[in-house]
Design a protein around this ligand. Sequence first.
Ligand code: DGP
Length: 116
Amino acid sequence: MSGTDPDCLFCKIVAGQIPAEIVSETEHTVAFRDINGQAPTHVLVVPRLHAPDIASLAVVAPDVAASLLLETRRIALEAGHEAYRLVFNTGADAGQSVFHAHGHVLAGRDLSWPPG
Ligand code: DGP
């Protein structure tokens, strides 16, 4: 499956056109450290396929969305965290700034609730 947006920042990271600290790569996903880390572990897991948010991805490619979800857990466990927070900001008013689906894996410090 393909589908990229030449103007999308995360598509460029997936393609290797913009450097990032890569954590893992699978058939469907690429994971890299957030440039503005908010926790000792702060990894972004993105699909290779461009979709503007996680729900849109689940509509067009539910297998990729499920694969991404499982990869977030694998990354947290590999980093030594059984407890972690998984965030999908969806929509600008909810804090989404990059419109290529991505899960934030946050762990390694106390994470308060409700989030800010
Ligand atoms: P969100 O606000 O949920 O759309 O999250 C986007 C995240 O992407 C934000 O936490 C910062 C991160 N980010 C933005 N630009 C770059 C970049 O060029 N490289 C990396 N590694 N992360 C980036």
